[in-house]
Ligand binder design. Structure first.
Ligand code: CP3
Length: 351
């Protein structure tokens, strides 16, 4: 670990220095889902776009909503505005977003449907996303890093199988236990497609990549290794084979004690911690190995005031002195008052 005052840092972007293992203080900060419905300016652009997928696939609008939270709060990193479900769309699965319901997909139905997915078409179908990345690199302030992202194979597969959000992921779990070879073919297809998609974002100018495994926390440990850890490690290794210096952040949400295996075996540069990861344990077992990011409870940010201050300070105290990026433990909620984010930023700048 290099000290904060390293004489020749490879980058002066605070966020990238932390991912590289430096203890940067006050810590760099960004918030998962920082562009979204809690911001009135997002709701305005969203209304102009009409359709959510249209917003993701129109570079002019996607650039605008990516920049909105940066203008307001001066976060250290911007995250490309898109969604994890553009990958099934790019593979040719019918994908749409319904107002008040969320994502909808025509369910795959059976493992044989995997053969009909079109990985060769993905780069062209998602070309607008790469154009958004290129434009963002031109328009972002010099000190702001740009994060590209994708969903992890299991989390994306869960939507492809269930046809949308799910309470208990029964269809996906039935498939994994009942036909592990068929399920493996879907996961393998997503490993390759996701690696290609992330590499294209890197070529377009993404300076760090985050892989969201939002539903990693539902599996027994052996299944977690097979369906979450191993696919993530394969994606990281494909990225590192081309761009060894490009930092990768993994978010195996809900992995509990298995976070340590992810730290040891995934090849990631940083782990994004969910709200339930104990701070002292994370400091000893994870931050000793790599950069940690997280893990403020998004509900504390909704509530604001003293409760927010207390939770934020606990996290600052736990991770001070090591490589750390301040963030939430999950995406920001749409009912969050923008003024509470302002209060959080003031507290962090004074840390
Ligand atoms: O600012 C950012 O963080 C970048 C954009 C981003 C979105 N989705 C925009 C979005 C990112 C990084 C995501 C990731 C994502 N999408 C995840 C992983 C992270 C997590 O929160 O667990 C998942 C599981 C999805 C799938 C998804 N997209 C769902 C379940 C929904 C509906 C629920 C909801 O929040 O509305 C979406 C829609 C979505 N993706 C919205 C936004 C801003 C809201 C759509 C709208 O404006 O109508």
């Amino acid at each position: 670990m290099t000290p904060d005052a390293a004489p020749h840092p490879a980058t002066d972007k605070r966020f990238l220095r932390a991912l590289g293992g430096e203890a940067v203080w006050p810590p760099p900060v960004w918030l998962m889902r920082q562009a979204g419905r809690y911001l009135p300016e997002y709701r305005e652009t969203r209304a102009r776009a009409g359709d959510f997928l249209e917003l993701c696939l129109t570079p002019e609008l996607a650039v605008e909503v990516t920049l909105q939270p940066i203008r307001r709060y001066g976060f250290d990193a911007a995250i490309l505005f898109s969604d994890i479900l553009v990958v099934p769309y790019g593979l040719g699965q019918k994908t749409w977003f319904e107002e008040g319901i969320g994502p909808r997909l025509e369910p795959l139905g059976s493992p044989s449907a995997v053969a009909r997915l079109e990985p060769a078409a993905l780069r062209e179908r998602l070309a607008p996303v790469f154009e958004t990345v290129r434009r963002l690199r031109r328009e972002l302030p010099a000190e702001t890093a740009l994060i590209g992202f994708a969903g992890a194979p299991w989390t994306v597969a869960s939507y492809m199988i269930e046809g949308g959000s799910s309470r208990d992921f029964q269809e996906g779990r039935r498939w994994a236990y009942g036909d592990p070879e068929g399920f493996q073919r879907l996961i393998d297809c997503l490993v390759e497609a996701t690696a290609d998609y992330l590499l294209a974002q890197a070529e377009a100018g993404a300076e760090a990549l985050q892989i969201f495994d939002s539903w990693a926390g539902i599996w027994p440990d052996d299944a977690f290794r097979r369906w979450c850890l191993e696919p993530a490690a394969r994606i990281v290794s494909r990225i590192k084979a081309v761009h060894p210096e490009l930092p990768v952040i993994l978010f195996p949400r809900g992995a509990g004690p298995l976070y340590r295996e992810v730290a040891e075996r995934s090849g990631a540069d940083a782990l994004s911690l969910d709200t339930t990861v104990p701070l002292d344990w994370a400091r000893a077992e994870l931050q000793s190995r790599l950069c940690v990011q997280g893990n403020l409870d998004p509900v504390a940010l909704i509530v604001g005031g003293e409760a927010l201050d207390r939770q934020a300070r606990r996290i600052l105290e736990a991770f001070k002195g090591g490589p750390f990026v301040f963030n939430l433990g999950h995406g920001i909620d749409k009912t969050t008052p923008p003024a509470h984010v302002e209060r959080l930023m003031t507290l962090l700048r004074e840390a």
